[in-house]
Design a binder for this molecule. Structure first.
Ligand code: Q5B
Length: 256
């Protein structure tokens, strides 16, 4: 007798019940044999559409440019710290991943959301900045700890230059660049950063706002794995901060 069971979950992106997985209906083998690449898989699994060659090239460039930014940034540093404490690969990468948030790497979704909101509502840059200041605080996608007008971020210049060379409509990117013109005059490190640039470009090519942080998370995972393997290869020792790196502001030892 057949037993009716109501499904526990519903999926709309993939099916593994045949002899191979299908991503939004496309068999994995066909994708690899017909010249599709990782960005196409991202398009199918994150946005349920087979993206164009041009869109795939943009995504490939975004991923390559944001795969790593050295050992000093919050994510890589956390992974290195964990690796040196003898923690395994997945947990060390997770430690780095946990750092991806509103200040570091995880500003992509909100940058996309707010730039899109401004463009859709036909706000001027001044109106947008006033709105952000009143309602949300720092503008996601703007500002960098070390990059500035005097020390430009080549990744950003490269991506903007490439996307602009394609002669496609880029309303969000254009708006974000106008925002940068105003904020960077106030303070020269308030530039359009890598999160903000990725966000604007990805919104312009139609990716859903909620998927946007995924692009940084996915790309930076490549770097985080690299940092873990690098420490392992070097048989690195446990890291313990030196006292002189800490401002001990607790009260001096006293009697009870
Ligand atoms: N102020 C990124 O700030 C940072 C402002 C602002 C208005 C803003 C800050 C910020 C938005 C989040 C964002 C992604 C925390 C950055 C990344 C990937 C990375 C990382 C790497 C990689 C840096 C000093 C003064 C204050 C603030 C004002 C700052 N940002 N005002 N809008 N957006 N941005 N994150 O230097 O008057 O003095 O109180 O939160 O987009 O993560 O390489 O490192 O690839 O790994 O620490 O590139 O900009 O300065 O926060 O002390 O602020 O500037 O209100 O004003 P800082 P803060 P005041 S890309």
């Amino acid at each position: 007798d057949e037993v009716m069971v109501s499904p526990l979950i519903r999926t709309t992106i993939s099916d593994d019940r045949g002899d191979e997985p299908c991503y939004d209906g496309y068999p994995a083998s066909e994708l690899i044999n017909k010249g599709y690449e990782i960005p196409h898989v991202i398009g199918l699994l994150w946005d349920k559409r087979l993206i164009s060659k041009q869109e795939a090239e943009i995504i490939k460039r975004i991923m390559m440019l944001s795969a790593d930014h050295g050992p000093c940034v919050s994510g890589a540093y956390a992974t290195i710290l964990a690796a040196c404490a003898g923690i395994g690969l997945s947990q060390s990468v997770a430690a780095g991943m946990i750092m991806i948030g509103p200040r570091f790497g995880g500003a992509v979704t909100d940058a996309g959301r707010f730039f899109k909101y401004a463009v859709d509502s036909k706000m001027s840059v001044d109106e947008f900045l006033a709105y952000m200041k009143k309602n949300h605080g720092p503008v996601p996608g703007i500002g960098h700890r070390v990059k500035s007008l005097r020390n430009p971020d080549k990744r950003v210049k490269e991506l903007v230059g490439y996307v602009k060379s394609l002669n496609i409509k880029t309303p969000c990117l254009d708006f974000a660049l106008e925002v940068e013109k105003i904020t960077s005059v106030k303070k020269d490190n308030l530039i359009l950063n890598v999160d903000g640039t990725m966000a604007a470009v990805l919104v312009d090519i139609g990716f859903p706002v909620d998927s946007l942080n995924g692009f940084f998370i996915l790309s930076r995972t490549i770097g985080l794995i690299g940092h873990w393997v690098d420490q392992k290869r070097q048989d690195s020792r446990l890291i313990r901060l030196f006292d002189y790196l800490v401002n001990y502001a607790a009260p001096k030892r006293r009697e009870v």
